[in-house]
Design a protein around this ligand. Structure first.
Ligand code: RAM
Length: 484
């Protein structure tokens, strides 16, 4: 662990703004075994919950056994989770079973939750008394500064912006979290998009700096940057390394410099950024990324059928170009990253571009996907016109693997903009995020496939996060490109 970097990161730990929200239960309905009551806080919140409980009937002669469930959406608290089947832990479900020995009482629940809805279910009382919920209080937390000016545009655009801003601010805690329900920690791919949206909205730039230093501090002995960092009980890297996420450190650093002008930080972290390019070569033969079926070696999108080879190559080129820009901006020699970008671009055209299809293909089965083509457009291997044609062909190509997350949609929209297809980019954004808004979203989701609303890469929708920071970028697109 690089202690100096860690000290810089820890000195930038933000203060959290707290707010109290009290919900009086006007109804005060006495609850018996099997009965429940659901409360609606009216918006998505991140924070701590206290319940004020009493009873009706005789003096309680046994503990009240209750279950408290938290939902980012109403379905989260309504669905039966007893047969939860997912390859990620049931521990992520936001529900507590509590014995209440003494009534009346003030029950302080132990965790920080992400919720709009709270459902209290009575599992067991006795025949002599009923449980009464007097009220609930939430203490909410965020490190986002107060309100910021909304974006302009159509009614739908403004609605999307509002939801996107709330998504981002809910995820701004001690670090930029991926989602306040799950995984509640710092992931590099997520950070890059959060930072982009942050620069033109909350401008909490010291939080970006803190996160960059956390990744830098926790790089392994070879300099490899982890995909994810834990901050509790102590700062520690996850032992998950992803080809694209490590490289995106370069892009994130370059964008940080462009947004803040903080050359000191950029200079300090430049060697580590360049190191990611060098380390990526271990996945390459000459200048071409090897194919791999190791799950999670490169992320790109939450689609387990996606072949990552071509997309990984494109991310490499994009990072090499970002590194070259970074070097130039800092007055350093850019010839090495420039050469990496050039060589990898030449190799990419040979290995992955299918002249006949006019598209990039990936893996031994020559898979056509949005992920591969979008990333090659962003990598700028071809010029703007050819890129625009690639994106048009992609849309018409039956069977192209589509994006499933707002994360991948972000890159698709960016690719459309860079190819001069700004109008189409705006349409795609309004349609995709607009469909979530239509479903009544208070915050945007981790995954959203309009054709398969219950889809989850985890095997259960209950495991999905419905406030996920990588979906906050409409606030960035609206301010940067679509507001004129
Ligand atoms: C999910 C996380 C995060 C993402 C990783 C790859 O588990 O929630 O958003 O970056 O996957």
């Amino acid at each position: 662990m690089n202690q100096r970097f860690l000290a810089i990161a820890e000195a930038l730990k933000p203060a959290l703004t707290k707010r109290h929200i009290a919900l009086d239960n006007a109804d005060k309905r006495p609850l018996k075994d099997g009965e429940s009551q659901t409360f609606d806080f009216g918006n998505h919140y991140v924070g701590y919950l206290t319940l004020s409980l009493s009873f009706q009937g005789s003096h309680p002669d046994c503990p009240a056994l209750i279950r408290v469930r938290f939902g980012e959406t109403l379905r989260d608290v309504e669905e039966d989770t007893s047969d939860y089947r997912s390859w990620i832990s049931r521990g992520w479900l936001q529900e507590e079973t509590v014995h209440v020995d003494v009534l009346p009482c003030t029950l302080v629940l132990p965790r920080r939750y992400a919720f709009r809805y709270v459902k209290v279910e009575v599992i067991a009382v006795s025949g002599k008394f009923s449980l009464v919920i007097e009220g609930l209080t939430a203490e909410t937390v965020t490190s986002a500064p107060e309100e910021i000016a909304p974006a302009g545009g159509s009614e739908l655009a403004r609605r999307i912006d509002k939801i996107a801003l709330r998504t981002l601010s809910e995820c701004m805690q001690d670090v930029f979290e991926d989602g306040p329900k799950r995984d509640r920690r710092l992931w590099l791919g997520d950070l890059r998009l959060q930072a982009l949206a942050n620069y033109c909205t909350f401008a909490h730039n010291s939080l970006v700096k803190r996160c960059l230093f956390l990744f830098a501090a926790t790089a392994d002995e070879t300099g490899r940057i982890s995909a994810c960092v834990f901050t509790e009980p102590e700062v520690a890297p996850d032992d998950t390394y992803m080809f694209d996420y490590s490289l995106l450190f370069v892009n994130a650093l370059e964008e940080y410099l462009a947004a803040t002008g903080d050359a000191e930080t950029a200079k300090e972290l430049l060697p580590l950024a360049l190191k990611q390019l060098e380390l990526a070569r271990s996945h390459m033969t000459e200048w071409t990324v090897d194919d791999s079926d190791v799950l999670g070696w490169c992320f790109l999108d939450w689609d387990l059928t996606l072949n990552k080879q071509a997309g990984a190559q494109a991310v490499y080129i994009s990072a090499a170009k970002a590194a070259a820009r970074l070097c130039r901006a800092l007055g350093e020699d850019a010839s090495h990253p420039e050469r990496c970008a050039e060589e990898a671009s030449k190799a990419a055209v040979k290995a992955f571009y299918d002249e006949e299809l006019g598209l990039f293909v990936s893996g031994k089965d020559r898979q056509v996907s949005y992920a591969s083509n979008v990333w090659f457009v962003l990598a700028g291997v071809f010029g703007q016109e050819k890129n625009a044609r690639i994106l048009q062909r992609l849309k018409a190509f039956e069977g192209a693997v589509k994006p499933v997350t707002p994360y991948m949609y972000h890159y698709y929209i960016e690719a459309l903009i860079e190819s001069g297809l700004k109008g189409e980019a705006e349409e795609v954004m309004l349609a995709y995020w607009g469909a979530m808004a239509e479903q009544g979203a208070d915050t945007f989701f981790e995954l959203f496939d309009p054709d398969r609303p219950d889809a989850s890469p985890y095997g259960s929708r209950a495991a999905n996060s419905y406030c996920h920071a990588w979906s906050c970028t409409p606030s960035y697109f609206l301010r940067r490109y679509f507001q004129s």
